[in-house]
Design a protein around this ligand. Sequence first.
Ligand code: RIB
Length: 292
Amino acid sequence: MKVLNYGSLNYDYVYQVDHILVGGETLASFSMEMHLGGKGLNQSIALAKAGIPVYHAGTIGEDGQLFLDACNQYGVNSDFIRQIPGKSGHTIIQVDQQAQNCIMLFGGSNHRQTKEQIDAVISHFEKGDIVLLQNEVNDLDYIIDAAFAKGMMIVLNPSPYNSSLEKCDLSKVSCFILNEIEGEQMTGEKEGNAILDCLLKKYPNAKVVLTLGVAGSYYQEGKKRIHQPVYEVKAVDTTAAGDTFTGYFISGIVRGEKIEQILERCAKASAITVSREGAADSIPGLDEVESV
Ligand code: RIB
């Protein structure tokens, strides 16, 4: 079973601030650092650090060499990353004193996938392979259709949630991995169990992993629901915590482990990520996670 992650690669410009800015406000930041990120890249690196071979597909700009270096460094296969003229994607991330963040995205080359590129990538995979997707690249609906037609298992992290997801045939998704904000955007419900009830009604065959911040996470498969509490740590930066969870979750599925064991490892891995600054670089390796 091969794992393909078709997703974004971003340069994250991270500003430490006293509080998240409000409209019209000007505020000096305490610091600024550039980290490698993008939900796609973070999740590929989490998979690789969890010990699972992963192919990353996506599009970078002419300034994108650092992404290729990172793939090389962490063992992510970058054969399906296309480099084109123009700018890569980037983000402006504010992180406040409580480690909360807010992210502004510039799609850049992430929004320049072509249908030919998508077809060419999918042609390298087979029935039963896994494709992991987020919502930071263009033509997500086309990728879902192409992967489904191939018989791939589609895992979707519907993040960030926006109208382009409404164009997608989400009944083709085998597993949703989402947080409470995306859960509310998808269902209109605010509370964890209500979100899960609604998703079960809408997509009865899909498995769901719902993360709820300090309230832990839930796994749902049909009527079965399993809860996993969080590992408490001093949070420094929550960026990429969800991506760490996603990568580690899929690694456990690929290994055929029990869901309870997978969720516990995901909770440990994402706790380590929030205790560090940055995105891709803050994701722990399997040995470190297992030592908790
Ligand atoms: O999930 C965190 C990621 O979201 C950041 O690395 C940023 O690039 C945005 O895509």
